[in-house]
Design a protein around this ligand. Structure first.
Ligand code: PHE
Length: 346
């Protein structure tokens, strides 16, 4: 019996050394240490042996059992470690590999310039508000001293909304300028008022290099006691200095808008020729950037602000023109044709 036992043990150890997989290890355990294994059978039948043999065989069998169990434990540990090493190897990250580039979006050049313009006025104490693009005739024209038969309506090629009152009048339109917000703001707020209104405006025009049927304006309005044309000029000079730099000249000339009195236009000396005259400025040396003026007393009266107590100035500028001048863009349609090669440059 002891010899068979020794052979069995050495066979078991030999097999154990070769095991490289947990399943095999289980089979091995059942074969050598399971209830029906020869070793266990032997340990069970010890009682039937004579005392002396029981002592020797039993002692040795128990030793072998312990040794097999220890061997099994060690092997199990080793397998576990090997497995961890394999998965670490498989899941390891090479942090020196270059990452996948994430394409970054950017703000549209018009959004960028709007932000820049608003920031300048916010710095001077103005508040930014926005208004509807679909507007009533009343706000776009009537309340701004432009009644139905007024010739100024012709200048603003209007896109009308297909909607008629019982009288047959068309009353809704796509706003042709941001000035209707002057009225909406003054209906809601009492002086002192300082607002700017960035937004889209629409005109029913054939498009070409300098005309789009949709473009942007920024409206400004300040109403308070003692506001004068000097405040208007000071504010807009400062704005031009911030946006275009202190070496630019600004010029005011008389102009006419029904809702201001007096009305002016502001121009800056041409960025390209510095005032000498070139194709961009049409040889004049000046580029017009906005219309402005003192809010007409009739407009103030219409929103119940007493023109004897309060005065105000208003201005409205075209936005697209500014980046066109700054970057030498010669076609306004580029802004809205969604060509990424163009848009990515800003
Ligand atoms: N709304 C005018 C335009 O679109 C500009 C303007 C605004 C003029 C405010 C005077 C005062 O041409």
């Amino acid at each position: 019996m002891p010899r068979e036992l020794e052979e069995l043990a050495s066979q078991a150890f030999e097999e154990l050394d070769k095991i490289s997989d947990p399943k095999e290890l289980e089979t091995w355990q059942i074969r050598y240490l399971g209830k029906k294994s020869p070793l266990m059978q032997l340990l069970h039948s010890l009682a039937t042996l004579p005392l002396e043999e029981r002592r020797i065989t039993g002692g040795r069998a128990n030793e072998i059992k312990k040794a097999l169990e220890t061997g099994l434990g060690k092997r199990r540990e080793a397998l576990k470690e090997a497995q961890i090493a394999v998965s670490l190897q498989r899941e390891s990250l090479d942090i020196s590999l270059p990452g996948q580039p994430i394409p970054l979006g950017r703000l549209h050049p018009i959004t960028q310039i709007l932000k820049e313009i608003c920031d300048i006025f916010v710095g001077m104490g103005f508040q930014v508000v926005e208004g509807p693009e679909v507007e009533w005739d009343y706000y776009n024209f009537e309340a701004l001293n432009i009644p139905k038969d007024h010739p100024a309506r012709d200048m603003m090629a209007t896109l009308w909304i297909d909607f008629e009152l019982e009288t047959g009048d068309r009353e809704m339109l796509l706003r042709t300028h941001t000035s209707p917000m002057q009225i909406r703001v003054m209906e809601k707020l009492r002086p002192p008022i300082r607002v700017i209104v960035p937004g889209r405006v629409y005109r029913h025009e054939a498009t070409d290099a300098t005309h789009e049927s949709m473009f942007h304006q920024v409206e400004g309005l300040a109403v308070d006691r003692n506001i004068t044309l000097a405040d208007l000029k000071g504010t807009l000079f400062e704005f031009a200095r911030c946006l275009f730099g202190s070496e630019r000249q600004a010029r005011f000339r008389c102009d006419y808008f029904p809702f201001v009195e007096p009305g002016v236009e502001m121009a800056i000396d041409c960025i390209v020729c510095k005032g000498a005259g070139c194709r961009l400025c049409g040889g004049s040396g000046w580029i017009e950037i906005l219309g402005a003026g003192m809010v007409h007393p009739d407009v103030l009266r219409r929103v119940n602000i007493d023109p004897e107590v309060y005065t105000g100035f208003a201005f409205g500028m075209g936005v697209e023109r500014i980046p066109m001048l700054r970057y030498g863009i010669d076609d306004i349609r580029l802004f809205y044709s969604n060509d990424l090669r163009f848009l990515k440059q800003f």
